[in-house]
Structures are given as structure tokens and as C-alpha cells.
Write a protein that binds this ligand. Structure first.
Ligand code: FAD
Length: 542
């Protein structure tokens, strides 16, 4: 059974009801995905259920950086800088297609967060603790050198700059590839399946009730250990098991806006002072640049997080302070996205001061919940919580202890020894096929080696449409795509980063999907309308 084929979903749902799992994970963001992979590679029988699409929560709305932990350096948390630096190296080795080295420019300004002296010392420490490779180490720049790189920076406040090493990723694709890797090794993951309540035996959780949100069918799932990895929804799930106790989540909202690249002609990613003590990223991606993020307390609906006018104005004002010549305005925004940080509450601390460390909660009924943390540290978080689950399986169910195996597990699509050579070869093949060479970057960093499977299916006169259809065909069969939005947002990133391309692709892609998933006219229309609505919402600010 291929549980990630949308064509085999009914069979998969029927099968999981017959099994008893060692570990059942609630939540298909990066945290849940990491646990599924960790448990599966230890030989445990593991199931993950996600109420919406995989990565539809915070794990598709982040800044998409695999951090080296520069912000922890400011908090003098050297152990954390070392940990995330090491994790970054592991991830780069295991998923070279999804982890792209990115030189980040840090402009140093009058009254800014980083002084010249501090950044020189701080970045040198960062290079050591984050295990930065020799060719990627920090470089301090004079004012003139900084302006030579980015002439649009505010000369009046600029003192100089520093280049340091960060890595960029695509959070949804990372989540997807972790899930696919786990499922390829025997794990099971089902999207559009929501936890509804816990089931107990002698006051200990022995499974959950769940609902297939596509058919509205409810069913029971059995497991020795249930793990709650529901990100911002962690407390909502914990409440189902009783009182939350003293430790609670603190939710904060982070917004990004996306603009055409020519509206802010920068040449690399920049990490700059917003002017209020916070820092903002501007990161080019394809033909667009995304800018973020905000950090404000959030208590609204977790299932409908909106970008406000205030969020947008804050980001535009910050950009204008640093790039005074830009005439950037709200009308230039082509899309936006808002995510919720599931942080652990610390009394009296403002959003930006709350630790990003993760924490595990355990109850008498044996529910394990994990929250906090970062995308970057997902593998370590998974190890920590799976170690606890393993210990229980050993002590209470006589399992043989198996330690974490994920350090050397290559993610799907990452079996490429030289990513540069792979991209060049792809460029050559694409030009032979009549496809723009630009697509080589997109395909390499979206699907890695799996691009070849997609290109093998290419068929049709208009190559742009043919490619999108081949991608849809692939993602339906191997990545649990059930709706057009799954495809346009989380499998391809087009809705956020290339929304203008969707108009041409929408009808042909919908037609192909309808033929594979057997949609009737009413469903096709509903799906097309949902994409059109999403296209409006990404530029509508409350
Ligand atoms: P989520 O991704 O939200 O996943 C939880 C899942 O649980 C959701 O998909 C949800 O649908 C599901 N769920 C909820 N209820 C149920 C239910 N009843 N049944 C089944 N499933 C359920 N980290 C970095 O390392 N680098 C960055 O650059 C970075 N930037 C960030 C920028 C912003 C603005 C934000 C908000 C965060 C950023 N982070 C970054 C942090 C990182 O994105 C998060 O730590 C991470 O994505 C959280 O993943 P998660 O799996 O815990 O939560």
C-alpha cells in the first residue's frame, strides 16, 4: 500500500483501523513528520494523522531558513548555537536539494542591534559554534563595500556591514520529504484525518478517535503511545486529556509579504534592523522577494490566521527606513502569509523575548506532547520525544531498545552527490525539451532527484502547462495531493511566490486532477473557486 498516493487513500484508511501502532502522532507539520521518520527508522510501527494537509499549519508559513542560530548568540546561548549549527550540517548532508547556502548581508547602522565590534566578535564565535564551512565564514565590510553590494541601503545611517552564512529551505517541501522518507521505510501518514478524542484503558491512552474530513467517516485508531505534535493546536489537544497544568503555549503571529523582485532590487538576502529593536529578513526567491517577519501576541482563530493592514504597514515602513529610495507600497504586494509560533509561555516576557526552545509535556495518562522549537531543530526534537516513547515501550511492553537512526538518513530526492552538476545537467536537458532553463533551479530545489520522474511524464505542446500537469500527476501519486490548493501552495509554492503563473495553469491542472481523482463538474468548480479565493485573500488585508 502506498499511503501517500491519493488514489489509494480509501484502502489506507481501511488498513490503519485494523492495526495497532507502537506510536501514533497527531499533527503533520515538521515536528510530527520528524517523529514519524525517527520512529520508523527505529523499526517501530508508526502512524501520523494530519487534520488538514501536511505542513498546512506553521510549517508552510515560516521564514524558511535553516538557521545557524545567530539570534541565540545575542542571548549568549552558545550551546543552542552549537546545536542548531550541527543540525544544519546534518540537514545539508541529508537533503542537499532542500538546503541552499545563502550569504546573508547584515547592514550595521547607527544605533542598530549589532555594533561593528560586537558583530566582528559575535560572527567569529558564530562561525566556530555553528560549524560554518571555510568558504562560508563571515566577512566584515566597510561602508563603501556594503554600498557596493547594495546601493539602495540608507547611506545616512550605514556604518558598514557583515556577510555571514545562513541556509534557505522550503518548509512545506522539507516536511513532505521527511514524511515521504518515513513512508518509504514503512511508516504511514494520512492527511485530512483529524484527531477528535482520546480512548483509554485503565486511565491510560490506548488510541484515538479520528474523523476522515473528506468523507466525514469516524473511526478508532489503536496505539501504545500517542504523541501530540499539533504545533499551535498542542494545548487544544492536551485539553482533551484534562487540565493543562501550569505550562501553556504562548502563541505569536508572524507575517511575511511577497513583492516582485524588481520592486526592491536587492542582490542577496539581507537581515536588517526594523528600527524598533527587531530584525527583518528580505529574501529573494525566484522572481519574488519575501519580507518578514512580525512577532505579535495572537489569540484569534488558529484555523483562519489573517494578515492585517497593521502587519503590512509595519513591514513596509521597516523596508523604507533601510531602503529610502524605494517607493514600495501595499499595491505592490503579490502575496502574503501568516503563521503562528507555538512558543512555551514565560511569565512577563514579550513575544520577541520568549525562548524558542522546545519542551515536552507528559501526563499520567501517558500522553506525550511536544511544542516550541524551530524548523531547523526538528530532527533533534524528534529524537528527544521518540527516546521517551522508546523508553516506555522498553519498560512497559518489553521492546528491545533501538536508538535514533536519523543522522544519516538521506531524505527523498536528496540522493544527489553534486547538486551544482545535477542542476547544470538539468538545464541542458530542459533546453532540449523547450523548457526555460530557469526551471532547473526550481525543479532541483523542489523535487531534487525526483525531478527526473516528473520530466519523464512531460507531454503536451505548451511546456509550461505540460510541466505543471506532470507535477500534478506525480504529487497525486506520491505526495497525497487531494485539492488544488495542496498543489499550488504546499507542493509547488506557486501561490505564495509565483501567483501570476496560476491563471494560465489553473484550468488545465484542474482538468488533469479531475480525471485522476474522478471529480465531477461541481467539485471542479468548487476547487477552482477555492484557488481564486486564495489568490484574492493573499493580497487582502483586514
Ligand atoms: P505545525 O506546522 O503547525 O504543525 C501542526 C499540525 O498539527 C498542523 O498541520 C495542524 O493542522 C495539525 N493538527 C492540529 N490539530 C489537529 C488534529 N485535531 N488532528 C490532526 N492534526 C491536527 N523556524 C526555523 O527553523 N527557521 C525559520 O526561518 C523560521 N521562521 C519562522 C517564521 C514564522 C513567522 C513562524 C511563525 C515560525 C518560524 N519558525 C522558523 C518556526 C517553525 O516554523 C515552527 O517551529 C515549526 O514550523 C512548527 O512546526 P509544528 O509541526 O510544531 O507545527
Amino acid at each position: 500500500m502506498n499511503c501517500l498516493s491519493a488514489l489509494e487513500r480509501a484502502e489506507a484508511i481501511s488498513q490503519i483501523q485494523k492495526e495497532e501502532y507502537d506510536i501514533l502522532i497527531i499533527g503533520g507539520g515538521i515536528t510530527g513528520a520528524g517523529i514519524l521518520l525517527d520512529a520508523t527508522t527505529r523499526g517501530l510501527k508508526a502512524l501520523l494523522v494530519e487534520k488538514n494537509d501536511f505542513a498546512s499549519g506553521t510549517s508552510s508559513k515560516s521564514t524558511k531558513l535553516i538557521h545557524g542560530g545567530l539570534r541565540y548568540l545575542k542571548q549568549l546561548d552558545l550551546a543552542l548555537v552549537r546545536e542548531v549549527g550541527r543540525e544544519r550540517a546534518v540537514l545539508y548532508r541529508n537533503a542537499p536539494h532542500l538546503v541552499i547556502p545563502e550569504r546573508m548581508l547584515l547592514p550595521l547602522i547607527v544605533g542598530g542591534s549589532f555594533s561593528k565590534f560586537m558583530s566582528r566578535i559575535g560572527l567569529a564565535i558564530y562561525d566556530i559554534f555553528a560549524s560554518v564551512k571555510p568558504g562560508e565564514k563571515k566577512k566584515m565590510l566597510s561602508k563603501e563595500e556594503t554600498l557596493a553590494l547594495e546601493s539602495g541601503l540608507n547611506e545616512e545611517i550605514l556604518l558598514g556591514g557583515a556577510l555571514y552564512s545562513e541556509y534557505r529551505t522550503d518548509d512545506s517541501r522539507l516536511t513532505l520529504e521527511v514524511i515521504k522518507t518515513a513512508c518509504n521505510l514503512g511508516g504511514v501518514a494520512i492527511n485530512y484525518t483529524a484527531f477528535t478524542k482520546f480512548n483509554y484503558d485503565n486511565d491510560q491512552i490506548n488510541g484515538i478517535s479520528a474523523i476522515d474530513t473528506m468523507s466525514d467517516n469516524s473511526f478508532q485508531l489503536k496505539a501504545k503511545q500517542v504523541i501530540n505534535a499539533a504545533g499551535p493546536w498542542v494545548d487544544e489537544i492536551r485539553e482533551n486529556d484534562g487540565d493543562l497544568g501550569v505550562k501553556k503555549l504562548h502563541l505569536t503571529k508572524g507575517v511575511h509579504i511577497v513583492i516582485p523582485r524588481n520592486k526592491l532590487p536587492i542582490h542577496q538576502s539581507i537581515y536588517f534592523d526594523a528600527g524598533d529593536g527587531r530584525m527583518i529578513f528580505t529574501i529573494p526567491r525566484g522572481g519574488a522577494t519575501y519580507i518578514g517577519t512580525t512577532d505579535t501576541n495572537y489569540s484569534g482563530d488558529l484555523n483562519a490566521v489573517r494578515v492585517s493592514k497593521e502587519d503590512v504597514n509595519y513591514l513596509i515602513t521597516a523596508v523604507k527606513k533601510m531602503f529610502p529610495a524605494t517607493d514600495l507600497s501595499v499595491e505592490d504586494i503579490i502575496s502574503s502569509f501568516a503563521g503562528i509560533r507555538p512558543l512555551i509561555h514565560q511569565e512577563g516576557k514579550a513575544p520577541g523575548q520568549i525562548s524558542r526552545r522546545d519542551e515536552i509535556f507528559i501526563t499520567d495518562s501517558r500522553l506525550l506532547s511536544i511544542a516550541g522549537g524551530k524548523l531547523t531543530g526538528y530532527r533533534k526534537m524528534a529524537k528527544k520525544v521518540t527516546d521517551m516513547a522508546m523508553e516506555r515501550l522498553v519498560n512497559e511492553f518489553n521492546y528491545k531498545h533501538i536508538s535514533c537512526q536519523t543522522r544519516f538518513v538521506v531524505l527523498q530526492g536528496g540522493d544527489i552527490s553534486d547538486i551544482g552538476a545535477f542542476k547544470s545537467d538539468l538545464e541542458k536537458s530542459l533546453s532540449g525539451m523547450g523548457i526555460s532553463e530557469d526551471q532547473a533551479f526550481y525543479l532541483t530545489h523542489t523535487y531534487g532527484s525526483q525531478s527526473l520522474k516528473i520530466l519523464a511524464e512531460l507531454n503536451g505542446e505548451d511546456k509550461e502547462i505540460a510541466l505543471a500537469i506532470a507535477e500534478m500527476n506525480y504529487t497525486i501519486r506520491f505526495e497525497s495531493v487531494h485539492t488544488l490548493l495542496d498543489f499550488f501552495i504546499r507542493r509547488t509554492g506557486r501561490l505564495f511566490f509565483d501567483p501570476l503563473s496560476i491563471e494560465k495553469l489553473l484550468e488545465p491542472v484542474a482538468k488533469k486532477t479531475a480525471s485522476l481523482l474522478k471529480w465531477n463538474e461541481e467539485r471542479i468548480d468548487k476547487e477552482i473557486q477555492s484557488v481564486k479565493l486564495a489568490l484574492k485573500e493573499i493580497v487582502q488585508f483586514d
